[in-house]
Design a protein around this ligand. Structure first.
Ligand code: ATR
Length: 284
């Protein structure tokens, strides 16, 4: 790079060394010859405010925010986008002429990936979400605002499922159910989304759902992307379901941030390939 201006972007998290985002974004910037750079910053929980002030002071174009700072960071921003406010977490900060605006592209990125990869029509879906943590919240809010038919949240801790169902019930018909009712709930479902870590390496032998409960009217989506084909997805395929992997959410939440920062359509295919290569290398 010559002596020209470079727009800084990056990631605030703790830890950050395993993140795929620097590779994904830098390759995309390079591919489109955009004068941008993405760096990962390990921000100690006590220094979140200072880190956000640095975005202003140093004139960063924007940053991603990840665990454990997605909630804390909201206190130091100038404005929150409506979806981020509803989700209660921020994963993208955009520097809009010195004003820092907080967005959440996790849910929208997920929905983009789901509809692109499976071709399903959201308005016909009866979604069943397993889990009620941060990821479930982002996805439930996005799916609700985009208008799925109905949603049932199933969670090990039922009050958390009830709280999430309450949050989205102004938008669509939403209910909560305990794990024991999963089989019954799935009978009427058309879209099953696992947002828990069940099935993640080193527990690849686990699945949040009993195989016999899966039927061919279901699209089955798993946020776990390590392994890329979880036990849930493998069994869903055997039962005749269309399957969707969590890698797409990672790529599309990033693509939406990329577009905010650069104003240019993201090279989604390249970003997808980069993440797949990165995951493969990690497992070698
Ligand atoms: P994330 O940000 O990835 O969503 P989180 O906010 O910690 O992570 O939420 C994790 C979700 O996975 C929760 O819904 C959790 O259930 P509880 O609310 O009962 O804690 C769920 N989860 C995690 N491990 C689980 C397990 N072994 N069985 C069932 N649910 C599990």
């Amino acid at each position: 790079m010559k002596n020209e201006m470079v727009y800084m972007t990056g990631l605030f998290g703790h830890p950050v060394e395993h993140s795929m985002s620097p590779l994904m974004h830098n390759r995309a910037f390079h591919h489109l010859q955009l004068p941008y750079y993405y760096a990962a910053f390990d921000v100690h929980p006590e220094r979140v405010a200072e880190a956000v002030h640095a975005v202003r002071a140093l004139g960063f174009r924007g940053v991603n925010v990840t665990i454990p700072h997605k909630i804390e960071v909201m206190s130091y921003l100038d404005e929150l986008d409506e979806e981020a406010r509803l989700i209660g977490a921020v994963n993208v900060i955009n520097n809009e002429n010195g004003r820092l605006i907080g967005y959440n592209t996790d849910g929208a990125g997920y929905v983009e990936s789901l509809t692109r990869e499976t071709g399903l029509s959201l308005s016909e879906q009866h979604a069943v979400i397993v889990g009620a943590g941060g990821a479930a919240r982002a996805i439930a809010v996005s799916l609700a605002r985009k208008g799925v038919q109905s949603m049932t949240i199933v969670n090990r801790t039922t009050p958390k499922a009830e709280e999430l169902a309450g949050l989205i019930s102004p938008f669509i018909h939403a209910t909560a159910a305990p794990m024991e009712r999963m089989a019954e709930v799935l009978q009427d479902g058309t879209l099953l989304i696992n947002t828990t870590s069940v099935g993640m390496t080193p527990h690849e032998d686990q699945s949040p759902v009993v195989r016999e409960w899966l039927h061919e009217r279901l699209v089955v989506s798993d946020l776990v992307y390590n392994p890329q084909e979880t036990r849930l997805l493998r069994e869903a395929k055997q039962q005749g379901c269309i399957i969707h992997s969590g890698v797409g959410m990672l790529v599309h939440q990033g693509a939406l941030a990329f577009e905010m920062w650069t104003g240019v359509p993201a090279p989604v295919e390249l970003m997808y390939q980069t993440v797949l290569e990165g995951l493969k290398k990690k497992n070698e």
